[in-house]
Design a protein around this ligand. Sequence first.
Ligand code: SP5
Ligand code: ZN
Length: 357
Amino acid sequence: MRVIYSDIHRRHNPPFEVMEGGNKMPIFESQERLDRILTALGETGWAGIHPPEEFGLEPILAVHAPDYLEFLQNGYAEWQAQGGQLGTYMDTSVLLGGTFPPRRVFRKPQTIAGRVGYYTFDLSCPIVAGTYAAALAAANCALTGAKLIQAGERAVFALCRPPGHHAGRDFAGGYCYLNNACIAAKYLSSPPLGGIEGGPRVALLDIDYHCGNGSQDIFYDSAEVLTISLHADPNHQYPYFTGYADETGSGPGVGYHRNFPLPPGTGDAAYLQTLDEALVLIRTFDPRYLVLSFGADIFAGDPLGDFAITTEGFAAIGQHIGGLGLPTLMVMEGGYNTEALGQNTCAFVGKFEKVKR
Ligand code: SP5
Ligand code: ZN
């Protein structure tokens, strides 16, 4: 199976994040995550590692707001130039917000210190010098996979870093800057050049432990991409403010979004039962392509999660989703137990490799 990977992810190397309680700690979303996955893939014998192609900004601007992209591209340099003016105590090596807009406030400030709060929703999306380049390379990995799927491949794994599913049309958060899976889904669902008919139907299934709030934001009012997310109940887990079962889309998108919140301790059997419900919805939608946001943080031993999925469970989940028989682009999202990340990812993707034959 083709795995699309770029070393450029290394340029995104923030030293810390800030958690609830003001805990400043080494960032969980590390370079080591992909090292572990690559090593494990190398031992499987079925994975071929390929670099991404360049797609330019057009397919990214089909999903993200131009002013937001400009912020990601230039914000860090602006911060370097101006951040120090805020006070001598200010460390300008990391661009991270400290002031966020309350509800019903819609002004967009001009200063970088104001804009960073405007475009982010938590303290887990620090921007460093190489963040934009790394995020672009990750988007290109997803787009390269999408192009291969379009050309007839049965399954491709886009090994993206930074991840994407918390990034909305104009906001970053939860380690995510560009929504790789949505950029790929939009690309796959676009009508062919010069076409007058609508494009192919695409389903986007998100099995990361956390609600894919960015993906929900991007396609919420759209019927062209069916978005479904299985995740920890937002009432007690990040991202808290969205991901509830009664959020089903708006406008023309009503009925084309579904959330499946799950309780703490969810194990293999309960997970697979809910997954099968989601798969029925996908079968009914009858898409041409499936994009899968794959997060390994549903694992029992994940430091950010509280589900109880086993390594065998990952294989079973792969089996069930592979059973749809759809051309599938798998996109890497979260997963923070670095010890187990390689084996869990290979258990899941490896099952797809078997199912596709
Ligand atoms: C892509 C992705 O998986 N992003 C996740 C970002 C989660 N950040 C907030 C984590 C909240 C910390 N909760 C601690 C629970 C410890 N059991
Ligand atoms: Zn996650």
